[in-house]
Design a protein around this ligand. Structure first.
Ligand code: BJ8
Length: 424
């Protein structure tokens, strides 16, 4: 095993706390992923990535920085990776999926803040996230009120924070706002990297990200098979790794898993038996290492066949049109693609209801579990509308509100088992 202690020290991590985090992460990973049966062989790559999540990948980022490239950390799928790549930057999603350092976070934030926000404060304050420390720019956004206001405080801890404004409605003036914000971001990236983004560079960035999304679309479509050829946990893991792996290597690795899944489907092989209750999860993003809900579902007799989530289909849906020849047209194509994201921060948000229904149909889900993090007003409030819309379509659904703790696991398991029994 390579020793990364010097690299972590140079990044300013607290080695003792960091060791504690890695040890918990390793245990949870073993129990959650390695205990599964009949995993596709191609998942070996993703196991390796996870085993090196704070090692090799961070070293690659540090090597890229030493070679003059800049690392840009992001918290939201509204930040266009295409522009970052066009500026020769490296884009990494900052995960915020663990209950770590919450005591410290609550010194700055109200306790009734969603776990995701507390998590990135906790990671920063306990100095355990090499990705935050390796980022030359961290991009926040004005999405929900929680994040928007939290960034005002976070800036004191992370001086290289840049905040992008995201509209809340889908009218023409809102598109104009997003467009002007993407041009402002382009300028900021150029200043940071010293690279001028032209049409050719942007087209290359679009190609790379489109290929990555196409591989994820292919994976999503294969999950429509019954029996499901891959577990929801493994599919979620692939979607999580999408946020920080090298895009070319990641795309090839996902396509390799997909080749294997196609062969499995042809031979009728699955990770569960045919007829296992099929669940669509819909709601808040599940960042690494938040595997709680799919873990409960899949150890209770169900299989997750899709994620209507930013770490899932909401984050990867739609490609950017590559047909433009000029920078202006290509920038417009980027805006068009991202303006379609149906996050619950938008009002009204009819498209999300339509997407949940079509995903339930396409992936042959028997039921939908709506997942909201406690204190996340956008998704908690929208869950009422989602529930009504599912009822009208005759699709069984339940609403779950939880956090990153394990305290409610037993209670959730009981509810989920009852739901699976009902739809069986
Ligand atoms: S586009 S879902 S990644 S904002 S869970 S912090 S909403 S209170 S994460 Fe998101 Fe972008 Fe939307 Fe997607 Fe706020 Fe809710 Fe917390 Fe959340």
């Amino acid at each position: 095993m390579t020793d990364y202690k010097q690299m972590w020290t140079d990044l300013g991590l607290n080695l003792e706390t960091h060791d504690a985090l890695l040890s918990v992460l390793g245990d949870v990973y073993q129990r959650t992923f390695m205990a599964q049966k009949d995993r596709p062989e191609g998942m070996g790559y993703f196991d390796f990535v996870m085993s090196e999540v704070h090692g090799l990948r961070v070293k690659e980022l540090q090597d890229a920085r030493a070679a003059g490239r800049k690392v840009i950390g992001t918290f939201c799928v509204f930040v266009p990776e295409e522009l970052i790549l066009a500026a020769d930057g490296v884009c990494v999603g900052l995960c915020a999926g663990a209950e770590f350092g919450f005591e410290q976070a609550e010194k700055l934030l109200p306790p009734n803040t969603c776990s995701l926000i507390k998590s990135f404060f906790g990671f920063k304050m306990s100095k355990v996230c090499p990705y935050l420390e390796a980022s030359d720019m961290v991009v926040g956004e004005t999405t929900c009120d929680g994040k928007k206001k939290a960034y005002e405080i976070f800036r004191e801890l992370q001086p290289n924070l840049y905040v992008m404004e995201v509209p809340q409605m889908k009218n023409p003036q809102d598109r104009e706002l997003l467009k002007s914000e993407y041009w402002r971001f382009k300028g900021e990236l150029e200043k940071l990297t010293g690279v001028t983004i032209d049409a050719q560079r942007l087209k290359k960035g679009i190609d790379l990200v489109n290929s990555k999304r196409q591989a994820l679309h292919r994976l999503a479509a294969l999950r429509a098979a019954d029996p499901a050829p891959i577990s929801g946990l493994d599919a979620l893991l692939i979607n999580q790794v999408a946020f920080y792996d090298d895009p070319v290597r990641f795309t090839a690795s996902v396509n390799k898993v997909c080749d294997e899944l196609e062969a499995r489907i042809k031979s009728g092989k699955g990770v569960t038996v045919k007829g296992t209750p099929r669940i669509l999860i819909s709601g808040c993003p599940m960042a690494v290492p938040n595997w709680k809900l799919p873990g409960i579902i899949e150890t209770s007799g169900g299989v997750v066949v899709g994620e209507e989530s930013c770490v899932g289909e909401r984050g990867s849906r739609n490609l950017v049109s590559q047909s433009g020849k000029t920078l202006d047209v290509l920038m417009d194509a980027v805006v068009d693609r991202y303006f379609k994201i149906d996050c619950a921060i938008f009002t009204p948000n009819r498209e999300r209801l339509e997407h949940i229904e079509s995903m339930a149909r396409d992936y042959k889900a028997d039921g939908v579990i709506h997942y909201a993090l406690q204190f996340c007003s956008p998704y908690m409030i929208e869950s009422h509308t989602v529930e009504n819309s599912l009822r009208k379509k005759g699709i069984p659904g339940i609403r779950i509100e939880t956090d990153y703790s394990q305290g409610d696991t037993g209670q959730l398991k009981t509810r989920i088992e009852a739901f699976l029994e009902m739809i069986r």
